[in-house]
Design a protein around this ligand. Sequence first.
Ligand code: SF4
Length: 259
Amino acid sequence: MEILRALPSSVCLRVTRRCNVACSFCQAPPPGRTELSLPDIIALSRFFAARGVRSLKLSGGEPTVRSDLAEIIDAIGQAGLKPVVITNGFDVPDEAVTAAQLCGGEFKFSIHRPSAENDQILHRTSFTQIMANIDKVIKRKVGMSINTVVTPSNADGMREMVDFACEVGAAKISFIPVVSRGRARRSGAFNFLPDELEAVYKGVAELSELFAGIIKVHCIDIRNRDYWVVENDGSLWIERATEGEDLKICDREHLLPNV
Ligand code: SF4
């Protein structure tokens, strides 16, 4: 398939749609319990490694709800790829941290407020536990960075989030302007006006300059770039700003013919 020659260096695996919290802007809420199995993930890791992909991001849903997360991380590392676990940080098992430590993996904590106010976003009392899990990852010298979803209501808090990321020892913070997908599509509260969005881009650029040499500050906006995702049913997609613009590349049968 010609388009598979254009794979990016990093692909996202949606290893589950289950989650242990309930963000109002969730871009990928649970539509079912279908999940990629460990043999699926081993086969996918080999498939992507053979085609020049260098890292697999584990997302969901929440990847830490998988009881075989450590084995998944290990399998990706064994294929020669870097596993990056995108997590809300509420429950980060020791075995998963060990597996990441052994293969040069990374944890990306999705944190949206630099205090217990974050609990209101996740709809679960969790901030103390998240901080303890960040500490655990840092102490084990495993790569750690932060993702922050930016909405019209927290766009003025980006500076505080960068300060927080520096304090906890993150190597990088990525700001992700919310797009109208999943649960966010159902609420007008997550619609950016064009000038608000421009202000986010400008703010991130200024913070990136201000914190140069201290921490990397990025903007990840799927309005401007393709996001390659293996869905929890094994199909491969390019995700864009709205579900209607998504492009299905192939079904599970093409990626996993013998699994
Ligand atoms: S932590 Fe992630 S997957 Fe879970 S509800 Fe929030 S945005 Fe959705």
